[in-house]
Write a protein that binds this ligand. Structure first.
Ligand SMILES: [Ca+2]
Ligand SMILES: [Ca+2]
Ligand SMILES: [Ca+2]
Ligand SMILES: [Ca+2]
Length: 356
């Protein structure tokens, strides 16, 4: 699903409709300021001298989200001797009026440039976008257009944390995540974005889709996408008989022999997240127990060179780091395969509630 723009009338096609504030002037055309003949409507960020222009709009999010704000801005006249100090601030405020993100826009040309900022919304609720005039209050300054705040309402993987389930893309280093061994701080978070081109060049990068309830015991609670080598926890009497431990880790690709678990080649992009803790941990992704990043040569092959450098700065001696030790046994490949075959033949779920 494509991201959604939560800002209404950010194009000013409807003048100042949906905007509140002071000294709002959104009735003039681009041509009036840029002399390019365009009848596209824009807003002024210094409407009148000695009045401060403020434009606000409130929107509601029903989940924690990440978003990207973008807008186009230009100086209204080319011959502005205050170029570089005329412009406006952009702030996102939560419902308590606390600024959670801000940037300063100071255009220097009499033609549009695009300005962007990332915004992390930590919780559901009402948020306000506020633009406030900066610079000499002389009715000369910046104009603004095409204000968009794109928020992805596509269902990201939900990770169980101290604060309940949170989309993985909103997690930050230091956040406490629920693991099999209790709440643990995330030490490092990596992400790898794969475009349609990346997936076409290397189809092995397509994810494994674990359909809702496919693991048994109602898990995952909704479809879960993971990379092929990402290991899921199996809790099964079959594993107990084979390995002397009911809990073992099996790569998602091995599980794709089971009903409801298959490679998904239909996506035009995918983002893989890696959560790294002091130890190798089991976290809950859409409710399903699955591994955190294990610092071994094979799992490090799945992150970029830059990510490896970052990890090495946090754990200078990788080989001595505790999280090269798996939290649960990882059977060798042929035994993982045999385990999955037995589960399939005996119609057993990977997660049997009685042994979890
Ligand atoms: Ca416009
Ligand atoms: Ca003004
Ligand atoms: Ca004006
Ligand atoms: Ca001004």
């Amino acid at each position: 699903m494509a991201p959604t723009n939560v800002i209404v009338n950010g194009t000013f096609n409807s003048g100042s409709a949906n905007w509140s504030g002071t000294d709002i002037e959104a009735d003039h055309t681009e041509g009036a300021y840029l002399g390019n003949g365009s009848s596209n409507r824009v807003a002024e960020m210094d409407g009148n001298a000695s009045q401060v222009t403020v434009m606000e709009q409130t929107f509601t999010l029903d989940d924690p989200k990440s978003g990207e704000l973008s807008l186009d801005s230009a100086l209204r006249t080319a011959s502005n001797s205050n170029a570089g100090s005329e412009g406006f601030t952009v702030e996102i405020l939560d419902s308590n009026g606390v600024v959670i993100a801000s940037m300063t826009v100071l255009p220097t040309a009499n033609s549009f440039s695009t300005f962007t900022m990332q915004v992390d919304f930590p919780s559901a609720g009402d948020y306000t976008l506020r633009l406030t005039e900066l610079g000499l209050n002389d009715s000369l300054g910046a104009i603004v257009d095409n204000i968009e705040l794109l928020v992805c309402f596509c269902q990201g993987t939900l990770i169980e944390t101290e604060l309940g389930e949170r989309p993985v893309e909103t997690l930050r280093e230091g956040d406490l995540v629920l693991t099999r061994s209790g709440l643990k701080p995330v030490r490092w978070i990596g992400q790898r974005h794969l475009s349609a081109t990346d997936l076409a060049i290397n189809p092995n990068l397509n994810p494994v889709r674990i359909a809702k309830s496919a693991l048994g015991d109602g898990l995952p609670k909704q479809d879960l996408l993971v990379s092929r080598q990402h290991r899921m926890q199996i809790s099964s009497a079959v594993a107990q008989r084979m390995f002397g431990s009911p809990d073992v880790l099996v790569a998602a690709i091995k599980l794709s022999e089971l009903t409801g678990i298959e490679i998904d080649n239909s996506l035009d992009q995918v983002v893989y997240y890696h959560l790294l803790f002091d130890n190798h941990e089991i976290v809950f992704a859409n409710g399903a127990p699955s591994e955190s990043l294990l610092l071994t040569d094979t799992s490090l092959a799945s992150v970029t060179a830059q990510a490896r450098e970052e990890i090495q700065m946090i754990f200078p001696n990788l080989l001595e780091a505790k999280n090269t030790m798996p939290s649960y046994p990882i059977p060798e490949n042929r035994l993982q395969k045999r385990l999955v075959e037995r589960l399939r033949k005996n119609q057993k779920s990977p997660l049997e509630s009685q042994v979890m």
